[in-house]
Ligand binder design. Sequence first.
Ligand SMILES: Nc1ccn([C@@H]2O[C@H](COP(=O)(O)OP(=O)(O)OP(=O)(O)O)[C@@H](O)[C@H]2O)c(=O)n1
Ligand SMILES: [Mg+2]
Length: 405
Amino acid sequence: MKEPFQRALGIIRKLKQHGYEAYFVGGAVRDYLLNRPLGDIDIATSALPEEVIKLFPKTIPVGLKHGTVVVLNDGIPYEVTTFRTEGTYEDYRRPESVTFVRSLREDLQRRDFTMNAIAMDDHGTLYDPFHGQRAISAKIICTVGKASERFSEDALRMMRAIRFVSQLGFALETETKQAIIEHASLLAHISVERITAEFEKLMAGPFAEKAFSLLEETGLYVYLPGLREKKEPLKKLAQYDWKALSSSMERWGFLCYLLLSDQESSAFLRLWKLPNRLMKDVQHILRILPLIRSHDDWKKEQLYEFGLDYALAAETIRSLIDMEDAYSNRQRLVALFAQLPIKSRSDLAITGKDIMGWMGRPGGPWLANILKKVEQAVIQGKVENDKERIKEWLISCNLTQEKNC
Ligand SMILES: Nc1ccn([C@@H]2O[C@H](COP(=O)(O)OP(=O)(O)OP(=O)(O)O)[C@@H](O)[C@H]2O)c(=O)n1
Ligand SMILES: [Mg+2]
């Protein structure tokens, strides 16, 4: 058994010693069978939440209504959830309350996809009543039972299905795909935050282009923020190798650049409720892209002005769009940046104070103007980044004359 499971065995064994059933379930079992890195390890048990709390010294009651208690074992948190069915669903979202059951099979039956409905006991024996292993071998994403029921219970599962396509490269089973086509509009009941979380994972998957193609084909895109009118440009997204993009900022930047006009992007990013920092970063990239696409190569001044991180992100997107090798273009940019005599204003050998002293004038807009000129001259190699040289240069250019500031 893999190390992360080993470390959680104590929890399962303790539950069993007290007469309860307990199993590893969900994504970790799936990823273990796929030989992928394991995420959070979830445990399902017949013990009720209060029974779990009594057994373990360190617990956090994170979702008692849903039967979930976090058990801290050697400082690592594990979600321990009571076997449950989700009872009646309202509004196509996960329910407010659940019904606890004492059978593993019933618990697995309420899960979304067969590959996510496999349980593993403390000896590594698998319980797979819905043939999840078969689906994994065939690389198929298939709902447990009737697809229309699973998607009506929680419409986010339609996004999850396509997000798993992106992460695993699997295909959607026919009935599952058909049900997404028929139930796409139910996504309107789901909160933007949950949709965004899935969409971020979708964009980051190694098979994102397959997923974009499916968003378009199933019509699910219509219910994604700001994409309703973007059927045709959306098709373009499926033509690129998204693996070339390596951060959230690059992925959102690329998406906006391909789908939207300059005026649309800020409202679009707000619709997805992205964090402010990310929105600002993306908009910065979107301002850089048209500038660098109109030139053959980077200018030193541009690189200095944008900073290496943003420049690299924009260059990665540009390379992808122009079908160039992003790796070597990035390397070139890093080398060019290394050659810059200064990387930011704080690297200048002089300060505003020096200039005020030389000119005997108090600060004002003129000072920012001169500092800018000095910065440009240093970057262009017209003057060495040295206090005396800069002073001489200012005098020789007559920049110490008020009329030239
Ligand atoms: N809408 C959902 C969300 C989750 N699940 C079940 O709860 C498990 C754990 O959920 P979660 O951690 O959200 O997803 P994972 O499948 O583990 O995927 P990831 O690797 O991204 O965590 C899933 O495997 C699935 O069995 C479900 O049936 N329906
Ligand atoms: Mg998980």
